[in-house]
Design a protein around this ligand. Structure first.
Ligand SMILES: C[S@@+](CC[C@H](N)C(=O)[O-])C[C@H]1O[C@@H](n2cnc3c(N)ncnc32)[C@H](O)[C@@H]1O
Length: 323
């Protein structure tokens, strides 16, 4: 005797067979509980050349991602199938879709699309490569950092940050050429702020460049942004690989870093990042400077008559200091 809300065992078997079959693209289940939408999705992804299954749980506004090894998927799928309550399940495969709608009374309505011939690919290099953030599966990263909205579209207010991160990763792609992708690789983001670049850098080095043993450290002196960054790393299931240190840059001591980056680290923080790159014996130091207020204060047009034309206007003075 089946319990209320339980899916028919044959239907469950059909779903399991499709998820473990070659044509599996994505499974999404939405449940509405107490006025809050809970959505879980599962799809195959390639991470550093290995096949994984990415489970994304959205509970109201909270997003949590887990990258499951294939062996952990059966238990995860059983949990999804065992969920109770009114829900919608949508299974997408290369040869067609399956919809299951479970009503509030617990009745399941099943519908199937016609036969399809969709190309199924989970290889990152099949994706558009013009933008570094499109060279790997960045959808969870963009959603969790708030660069994209719940539907995956880049928010208008975050377009500038999206472009900055892409440009920075382009620089990384053109510069960082580790001899051995299996060797440990440590990157430090100085003045990481809300960790847009820190987290993107981790996924880019790991998933797009295929470095197997990457760890990334974000440093910022503001406790609030470090707290938020740690939470995002947890949500993305990478808190062992991406760590955050709340500290003034000058006080951070490390034996060695391979790559030191800073993106708009304000005032003298860019100079401190460069100094740390030398101290930590980094092979690569990449920095997009910021306002350089301290330097600007020494750049009066009276004391630098030769550059008076450049120093008169604040915007020109700022750009001049940056260079
Ligand atoms: C303009 S924000 C840029 C944040 C981030 N890199 C980005 O592009 O989104 C600069 C960050 O540098 C941090 N910062 C400035 N000086 C610092 C210092 N000396 N040590 C650590 N963090 C510093 C600030 O707290 C701030 O979060």
């Amino acid at each position: 005797m089946m319990e209320k809300f339980e899916l028919d065992p044959d239907l469950q078997e059909e779903i399991r067979a499709k998820v473990f079959g070659d044509g599996f693209m994505k499974l999404v289940q939405s449940v509405r509980r107490g006025g809050v939408n809970f959505r879980i999705s599962l799809r195959p992804v390639m991470i550093g050349g290995e096949k994984r299954f990415q489970a994304e749980m959205v509970d109201g506004g909270n997003v949590q991602v887990k990258n499951l090894a294939p062996g952990d998927v059966p238990a995860g799928l059983d949990e999804i199938l065992a969920q109770k309550g009114a829900r919608d399940l949508h299974l997408m495969c290369g040869d067609g879709d399956l919809h299951v709608r479970v009503t509030r009374k617990g009745r399941a309505h099943v519908s199937r699309s016609g036969k399809m011939e969709r190309k199924v690919s989970v290889l990152p290099h099949d994706r558009v490569k013009n933008l570094p953030l499109e060279a790997f599966d960045s959808s969870a990263l963009l959603r969790v950092t708030g660069i994209a909205d719940g539907s995956g579209a880049i928010r208008a207010s975050m377009r500038g940050k999206y472009n900055q991160v892409n440009e920075f990763l382009r620089m990384v792609a053109g510069t960082v050429k580790p001899a051995d992708p299996e060797a440990g690789f440590v990157a430090v983001d100085c003045g990481c702020g809300k960790a847009y670049l820190t987290l993107a850098l981790y996924f880019y080095l790991r998933s797009a460049m295929g470095l197997k043993r990457v760890s990334v450290i974000g440093v910022d002196r503001r406790g609030d942004v470090i707290g938020a960054a740690r939470k995002m790393a947890e949500q993305l299931d990478v808190s062992d690989e991406v760590r955050f240190i709340e500290s003034d840059l000058a006080k951070v001591e490390l034996e060695k870093a391979n790559l030191v980056v800073s993106l708009h680290a304000c005032d003298t923080a860019t100079d401190e990042a460069l100094a740390k790159g030398v101290e930590w014996k980094a092979e690569y130091v990449l920095s997009a400077p910021c306002c350089q207020h301290e330097l600007q204060s020494h750049m009066s047009k009276e004391r630098n008559a030769d550059f008076a034309g450049l120093l008169r206007q604040s915007i020109l003075r700022e750009r001049f200091a940056t260079f």
